[in-house]
Design a protein around this ligand. Structure first.
Ligand SMILES: Cc1cc2nc3c(=O)[nH]c(=O)nc-3n(C[C@H](O)[C@H](O)[C@H](O)COP(=O)(O)O)c2cc1C
Length: 366
């Protein structure tokens, strides 16, 4: 019955067994808990699991660059593969000005900022950080995307996703990027960083599929601060494609409120199922590449319709698979009435992450 949802899809020679993707989701769990959760999602039928925020530089304890981090990723990937799912590494470079944050450290340590206030502080520092970044640092970061991709391949990842938000997104955005060199100014120049990151990955791992998380900003009403402005997509998309992107994972850009990119049911604007799919339509006007939709995708009939009409080629879910990792198994067994539907309450997923208690769900038993 769900023929499109269950049909395989090939990306640069890599075969996904169906169209269901676990969207990149920072878990903030212990290695064992993360292994268990991702294993359940893989067992539940997802074809691809994107591991969120895989650092492109050495990062304390958990990066591909340290032996322990590398081995942890290897074990996770092996576990995901055991259930017939594939694994993608979401390569990301932070755009947080950690040095700039230092002056706020005493207040942070004393707990005088809420997570949202902290985010706002970091966002305020972003424009200066991006605009004043020395060129040799930019070149080093771009090289690091390639180094990280090589390590990701060695660890067993099947696909690379480049996080088009964070540093790629801030470099893309006229709100944050006020540079006057070849990385700033015109949309072509602001696309250069992301394109060079893609090219570095392509050169490092020529045969691996590269998915680009295309973070989109809109005006009227204003949502997102980093990322690519809707009206600049016509410049960015062909450049990203020419640089080597094989597919686009299309979502709202970040750096505003996290509850815009992860919208709760009460969100004033993004409150409907498939809330970011309109951006896929805009990208489709400019590219024939496969598009992965994300954002409040929960109901199988609705998703099957989008896939069957070719509006998207892949359907990604974060919170719905946190709410019910057996979603696809239940859909295929005709047990839809047993699905725990995500209520977009954000209480224990986004809320848990922000409270440093790990990404969980109100449906979890413990
Ligand atoms: C707890 C949590 C953590 C997330 N972490 C990431 C991340 O590391 N990278 C990323 O690109 N998106 C991240 N997202 C955004 C999701 O990938 C997705 O775009 C968003 O939640 C909307 O999809 P949904 O309605 O299926 O949850 C996260 C979402 C949640 C709920």
């Amino acid at each position: 019955m769900y023929d499109f949802l269950n049909s395989p899809f090939t990306l640069r020679g890599v075969i996904l067994k169906n169209r269901l993707v676990f969207a990149p989701t920072t878990l903030g769990l212990s290695a064992n808990e993360a292994m268990e959760k991702l294993g359940r999602i893989a067992k539940g039928g997802a074809a691809l699991i994107i591991l969120g925020d895989v650092a492109i530089e050495p990062a304390r304890g958990s990066s591909l660059f340290e032996e322990n981090g590398f081995i942890t990723y290897q074990k996770l990937i092996t576990h995901i593969h055991e259930f017939g799912a594939l694994a993608a590494a979401q390569l990301h470079m932070s755009d947080s000005d950690i040095k700039g944050m230092m002056k706020y450290m005493p207040d942070i340590k004393a707990g005088r900022y809420s997570p949202n206030q902290l985010r706002a502080l970091l966002n305020d520092l972003t424009a200066d950080y991006i605009t004043s970044m020395p060129i040799d640092r930019i070149k080093t970061i771009i090289k690091q995307f390639g180094e990280a991709a090589k390590l990701a391949q060695k660890a067993g990842f099947d696909i690379i996703q480049i996080h088009g938000d964070r540093m790629c997104g801030s470099m893309s955005s006229s709100i944050y990027n006020h540079r006057i060199d070849e990385y700033g100014g015109s949309p072509e120049n602001r696309a250069r960083f992301a394109c060079e990151a893609i090219m570095a990955v392509r050169e490092a791992v020529p045969d691996m599929p590269i998915d680009y998380k295309l973070a989109i900003r809109q005006e009227n009403p204003h949502y997102g601060n980093a990322g690519v402005l809707e009206s600049e997509l016509a410049v960015f998309v062909p450049l990203l494609e020419a640089a080597g992107a094989d597919a686009f994972h299309v979502a709202l850009a970040n750096h505003s409120d996290l509850s815009d990119t992860i919208p709760p049911l009460t969100h004033p604007y993004f409150k409907t199922e498939g809330c970011f799919l309109k951006y896929c339509d805009e990208v489709r006007e400019l590219s024939d590449k496969p598009l992965c939709g994300v954002g409040r995708l929960t109901h199988p009939d609705m998703i099957e319709k989008q896939l069957s009409e070719g509006r998207i080629q892949l359907a990604a879910m974060s919170r719905q698979l946190l709410a019910d990792d057996q979603w696809l198994n239940k859909v295929n067994a005709g047990r839809e009435n047993e699905i725990h539907y995500c209520m977009a309450c954000n209480k224990k997923c986004l809320g848990g992450m922000q409270a440093h208690q790990g990404t969980r769900c109100i449906y979890d038993k413990n």
